[in-house]
Write a new protein. Structure first.
Length: 134
């Protein structure tokens, strides 16, 4: 019994946060994808549009948290994490991607860059994926 407790403690990961989102990097994103069932990552390059979008991302996160949607939010600085930029084919900044644990693909958000549109998109994707058993 204590062996399993030690094993689970040894496997536990601690994430730093920034403005309430998980602070992710090239090394931690794959762990985070497995640690949370639903994870929205904002890939940010500190551009003008990235700065403009940040309050909208925060509002969407707060709204979904208040609704107990079960969605974790992550944030990644692409200036210091080029591997993820290439791996997830991020060419526009900012880019939001929804990852679902156990699902082999991911969903890229192409909608209007505001809190309500992002939140509605996430909620619809969750409905769709829950119907498929995710």
């Amino acid at each position: 019994s204590s062996f399993f407790v030690l094993l689970s403690l040894a496997d536990a990961r601690v994430y730093s946060t920034i403005n309430g989102s998980l602070l992710l990097n090239d090394s931690s994103i794959d762990f985070a994808r497995n640690d949370w069932k639903y994870l929205v990552v904002n890939f940010d390059k500190a551009c003008k549009w990235c700065h403009i979008f940040r309050p909208h991302l925060k509002q969407a996160r707060l709204d979904l948290k208040a609704e107990n949607a079960g969605v974790a939010f992550g944030w990644m600085n692409l200036k210091t994490n080029p591997v993820s930029e290439t791996k997830y084919k991020v060419v526009n900044h900012p880019t939001q991607i929804l990852f679902i644990r156990g699902y082999n693909s991911y969903f890229r958000y192409y909608g209007t860059k505001n809190a309500n549109s992002l939140k509605a998109w996430i909620k619809q994707k969750l409905v769709d994926m829950k119907k498929l058993g995710y």
